[in-house]
Design a protein around this ligand. Sequence first.
Ligand code: GLN
Length: 408
Amino acid sequence: MSTSGRARFRSERTRNFTESVIREMTRLALASGAVNLAQGFPDFAAPAAVKDAAKAAIDAEHNQYTITWGTPALRRAIAGYYHRRYGLMLDPEREVTVCCGSTEAMVASLLATTNLGEDVIVFEPYYENYGPDTWLCGAERRLVRLEAPHWGFDPDALRRAFNSRTKAIILTNPHNPTGKVFTRAELELIAELCQEHDVLAIADEIYEHILYDGATHTPLMSLPGMRERTILVNSMSKTFSVTGWRVGWMLAAPDLSDSVRKVHDFLTVNSPAPMQQAAVMALGLDQAFFADLSGHYRARRDLLFDALSASPGFAPIRPAGAYYIMADISAFGFNDDVAFARDLMEQGGVACVPGSSFFENSRDGAHLVRFCFCKKEETLNEAARRLREYATQKGQSLAALPLASTSI
Ligand code: GLN
């Protein structure tokens, strides 16, 4: 069959799809033996008690379909967790839906709530999945720029982004890829505009426990007037270092949950049963487990940040949350971030994510790359050594390179 014949079988809604750059970098890193600081997943062990709970669940025959929106035990555990932690009251019967990771929770939420031609506001740079997510819905992204190095936004630009076609705003807080933690005042403005324009907020709060330098997390749903118009998306992946388990959830008022549950049911039926059972145990872990996460990641952030700062040519921006560092690589003099990332992988043995994959217009991210630091200390030390060596080699062929870094 001719190529044009095959193209006939490609749906319009997937026309712009490419392989995820983040996941492609992992594939290439595995093939080349590079230290993988691209895709955000830990290379250290998940908590033993959580793994034991999953193993015991398989032996106890938690191996069949669960209720499509999650086991009653897990929905109760999720509701209990949000009540203890944030004072949020959620009805486990009608307001909690367990999905296959926050990835599915996000796309199911968008599919259930947006129509062809409606607008979804997204802060840019943004996690690359939101592109395909909105294409699948036929929705238009309206972008509001977060400006480096502090990743603030112009309140008037946000106001202008809201219009009569706006259905939803996606908020990732703490933010991937920048590490920004939205201030209370910023959240209040978002909440005010959502209410003024009758817009839904979809809040991806997967990095809620990974915060530095005194930052705190406020669920958008907890702001006055937002309980009924927020879908909160989260998962076990980052908090319990089990990104491959695919246990996420979405929380929302009963009418919203009802629509999302139907999409979720027809997409995936249910999240893996034994892992749901383990999640019940994980969410009940002692407060100290959650409190320790930030300290654990702060040491890793500082290690990688210091390594980048000490490697001439990299200008890293210190994150306030999540587990990524954005670095300006203009000083290396490459044409763009993709050429740089390829060279760093091939010549330096370190994989990162090209910044352009977080921007609509690739030129806007051509001077940036993202490194993740959810890795063992020895992995980060090896990456630090390779980065310094790479920078030194490049430095010899380039004139004076700036040694710059920024904190937010
Ligand atoms: N959130 C992670 C990242 O940005 C990876 C998510 C994924 O690949 N599913 O790297």
